[in-house]
Design a protein around this ligand. Structure first.
Ligand SMILES: Nc1nc2c(c(=O)[nH]1)N[C@H]1C(S)=C(S)[C@@H](COP(=O)(O)OP(=O)(O)OC[C@H]3O[C@@H](n4cnc5c(=O)[nH]c(N)nc54)[C@H](O)[C@@H]3O)O[C@H]1N2
Ligand SMILES: Nc1nc2c(c(=O)[nH]1)N[C@H]1C(S)=C(S)[C@@H](COP(=O)(O)OP(=O)(O)OC[C@H]3O[C@@H](n4cnc5c(=O)[nH]c(N)nc54)[C@H](O)[C@@H]3O)O[C@H]1N2
Ligand code: SF4
Ligand SMILES: [Mo]
Length: 729
């Protein structure tokens, strides 16, 4: 919401020349205005009130009247401005010269070189030989422009994003079950459930403000946490089940079988709104209590207790994140959760739902508008009517729209290895740190003829590999919108100047279009606000229709707006939290949700004598964000987590290896060996170890296997061994 003080209109001030960079703001400067914007880290989408002096940000506080966070923020949000002034910001394009040295260059020289190199590759190897990797951390307007420019303007066929590492499983699970990628909930459901089941999710760290919402639940709810580790969330839950990693699918089949056998299902709902229940029930019949107990390592009684609790709840909600998605069988596991909600009629009512919580600030925008797996606006590349509609909205020839989605992230990486991809443009993601089996990934990136990286910082692992680095403005330095986990569209804005010659990604894409010679195709994408109008038109008639949102000002005035919000929607948007499927109609042509089943498969890399331990990876603290390019720049956040990489190991395994906490150990998998500090803790079970993903070395260990449907990497279970190399004094 835009607030005004001293007669200044904030937006005008931001356009005014002059002003100072964040680093030079005098201490205790008195703000003269405030403006609200959505946080640039996680998908919770908290609103932050930025305090301005002469139009520049001087501080922030959590917004008090936003329906998401209601006056609170986590440490990352509080420190969001602090990371913008870091000394390693990319301030000019960096071109690698013939001797391999990176040298500052003008935008003109940089873009000429980029176009010349990419065009050269395309003329030698075909247009598909240049690809892009994008992100769920840019504004929707930006990621849509990148997808449209790359595929329609530059002739690329293959492009994907870091949402593949994160949300691809949920996307496919929802599409197959509901007919559209449609997380059905609204955050109020956290407060309205009497039973909440969290699967492979650690919201205390990863979505702390959503966990606050759970704590506000007035119904004295039963909170189940299903996670092999005793996480911070598990410690606060009323019930914790610690199944063997990747045995969740068997667990939920077993629970479903019990519910069916005891008649604890909602026949009316199943018959009116779903399909394929009988074949599902038959397929899971073999998942007896005995078998499931054997496969999960859980007591039979504990499994029965979960089924009884689901039956006893009036409003049961299921929530899952990466413990489910990042798996070689993630899609079917997610669908085993969706099936529980469907068969008990726990969907479409307050406090219910089969709810995947998304990860990055704009993963939801990326899922609908990145033009990667889906054609812009949640459309289908393979559908000629969809291609025609998109072409009309964009005023382009439908012939330039590919008739199929491009390769997934892993296929692009493999494509480089097979010499099918020769040029790559990586935008707002740090592949050389975050991709699975890092040694192999870096070797493969090193084989490219030309690598362009577009990032805020010149020092990221991927930026250092680039032939050309394009300096990008970050959150707080540009305008646009994000879509949060509950489908709420909110504003981001420019409250600080990007350093040096860094430009907003939107502006960089517009420049690339001009230099490529396809600028005419994107004339209507004049500004993020103009692009938003195009996105609206693209969404028309889709389940994510947002044609009822007039403009940015309406978003500001409303506290964000959840999709769908078609034209003609009358209710005051901020006050009306919207959940999906209240009428029981799903997005398949017959209006029915699907039950989908497949037998669980064994671990791709089971522990053996040489590598007897299972490595789990994930988030380590609320103060660390992913590859740490941003959060490591805040002195406050750095105090909140261990600087050095550590491995959590159970006392039983520690004893067997004569280890104590703080010993330096080698952790080794078939792919590599890293050095870490041991942290002996019962938070991991015997036979399992845990290393946070935030440290550069973690992914040297992980095994590049993928879910066959979603192509999401299975980051969370590979075999390792641990050896003490020295005790620290
Ligand atoms: N502070 C912070 N917050 C973040 C992020 C961050 O980097 N830092 N990243 C954001 C993003 S992009 C994402 S995707 C989310 C991720 O949020 P989460 O998914 O909550 O985080 P993770 O720690 O990756 O994984 C959750 C849990 O899955 C468990 N797990 C592993 N294997 C299994 C299994 O087989 N079964 C079950 N049931 N559980 C398993 C792990 O032990 C872990 O506790 O967080 C978002 N929020
Ligand atoms: N072992 C293991 N690995 C994992 C995971 C795990 O659980 N375990 N989780 C996976 C998941 S869920 C995710 S989402 C990924 C995340 O992996 P990444 O996307 O690689 O991680 P980030 O650190 O968020 O990278 C974002 C990059 O964009 C830059 N950046 C930030 N803002 C902007 C901007 O506005 N414009 C531009 N151009 N650049 C910007 C940052 O400096 C940074 O380099 O990691 C995955 N990797
Ligand atoms: S919970 Fe997420 S959105 Fe909210 S302040 Fe923290 S990082 Fe930002
Ligand atoms: Mo993620």
């Amino acid at each position: 919401m835009l607030r005004q003080r001293d007669g200044h209109l904030t937006r005008d001030l931001l356009r005014a020349p002059g002003g100072f960079g964040l680093g030079q703001v005098p201490a205790r400067v008195k703000p003269d205005a405030t403006t609200d914007m959505v946080c640039g880290y996680c998908s919770t989408g908290c609103s932050l009130t930025v305090h301005l002096r002469d139009g520049e940000a001087v501080g922030l506080t959590p917004a008090v009247d936003y329906p998401v966070n209601r006056g609170v923020a986590c440490p990352k949000g509080w420190e969001a401005l602090a990371v913008l002034g870091a000394g390693d910001r990319a301030t000019a394009p960096l071109l690698r010269d013939a001797g391999g040295v990176r040298r500052a260059a003008s935008w003109d020289a940089a873009l000429r070189t980029m176009v010349e190199r990419f065009r050269g590759i395309q003329s030698r190897h075909g247009p598909q030989a240049v690809a892009f990797l994008g992100t769920g951390q840019m504004a929707t307007e930006e990621l849509a422009l990148l997808g449209a420019l790359a595929k329609f303007g530059m002739g690329m066929v293959h492009g994907d994003g870091n949402t593949r590492q994160c949300m691809a499983t949920s996307v496919v699970a929802y599409k197959q079950a509901f007919g559209f990628d449609a997380p059905p909930y609204t955050y109020r459901d956290f407060e309205e459930s009497d039973v909440l089941v969290f699967v492979g999710a650690n919201p205390c760290l990863a979505h702390p403000i959503l966990w606050e919402r759970v704590l506000r639940n007035p119904h004295d709810p039963t909170v189940f946490v299903i996670d092999p580790r005793v996480t911070e969330t598990a410690m606060q839950a009323t019930e914790h089940l610690a199944p063997r990693p990747k045995s969740d699918q068997a667990l939920f089949y077993g629970v479903a079988r019990l519910l069916i056998a005891r008649g604890w299902i909602d026949r009316g709902y199943i018959e009116a709104h779903t399909r394929d229940f009988d074949s599902y029930a038959a397929a899971i019949e073999p998942f007896t209590l005995e078998r499931v107990s054997d496969e999960t390592g859980l007591e039979e009684r504990a499994i029965e207790h979960l089924a009884e609790t689901i039956h006893g709840g009036r409003r049961v909600s299921f929530w899952w994140t990466m413990g489910v998605n990042q798996s070689y069988q993630g899609v079917r596991t997610a669908q085993s959760i969706i099936s529980l909600a469907l068969m008990t009629g726990n969907i479409g009512r307050p406090g219910t739902g089969a709810n995947s919580i998304t990860g990055q600030c704009n993963a939801m925008g990326s899922r609908l508008f990145s033009n990667t797996t889906n054609l812009l606006g949640g459309h289908d590349f393979a559908n000629p009517d969809h291609r025609e509609k998109v072409a009309q909205v964009l005023g382009i020839d439908a012939g330039v729209i590919p008739a199929q989605g491009g390769w997934a992230y892993n296929e692009i990486i493999e494509g480089i290895l097979r010499e099918r991809i020769k040029g790559l443009w990586i935008v707002c993601t740090n592949t050389a740190h975050s991709w699975i089996n890092q040694g192999q990934a870096r070797d493969i990136l090193g084989r490219l003829d030309y690598l362009v990286v577009q990032d805020m910082y010149a020092t990221t692992e991927t930026a250092r590999m680039a032939d050309l680095l394009l300096p990008a403005a970050g959150w707080g330095e540009k305008d646009g919108t994000f879509i949060n986990s509950e489908r709420r569209i909110g504003r981001i804005r420019k409250v600080a100047r990007a350093p040096g010659q860094a430009l907003a990604d939107f502006a960089i894409f517009k420049l690339v279009a001009e230099y490529w010679g396809c600028g005419g195709m994107f004339r209507a994408w004049e500004s993020p606000a103009a692009a938003f109008q195009i996105l609206k038109r693209l969404s028309a008639g889709q389940p994510c229709d947002i044609t009822g949102i007039a403009d940015y000002e309406m978003l500001d005035a409303s506290g964000g707006i959840q999709w769908p919000f078609p034209a003609g929607q009358s209710a005051a948007p901020a006050r009306t939290e919207r959940r999906l499927f209240e009428d029981g109609r799903y997005h398949h042509p017959d209006g029915r949700a699907r039950f989908l089943h497949e037998d669980p498969r064994p671990l791709p890399e089971p522990p053996n004598e040489r590598f007897p331990l299972l490595l789990l990876t994930g988030r380590g603290s609320a103060a660390q964000w992913h590859t740490q390019t941003r959060t490591a720049k805040s002195a406050v956040l750095r105090k909140l987590y261990p600087a050095e990489i550590y491995v959590e190991v159970n006392p039983v395994d520690a004893k067997a290896r004569s280890l104590t906490s703080n010993d330096t150990v080698h952790v080794e998998s078939r792919r590599g060996r890293i050095t870490a500090r041991a942290f002996v803790s019962r938070s991991v079970q015997p036979g399992q170890v845990f290393i946070p993903m935030h440290y550069e070395a973690t992914n040297r260990l992980t095994d590049a296997v993928f879910d066959p449907y979603s192509k999401q990497p299975s980051y969370k279970a590979c075999a390792v061994e641990l050896r003490r190399i020295a005790a620290l004094g």
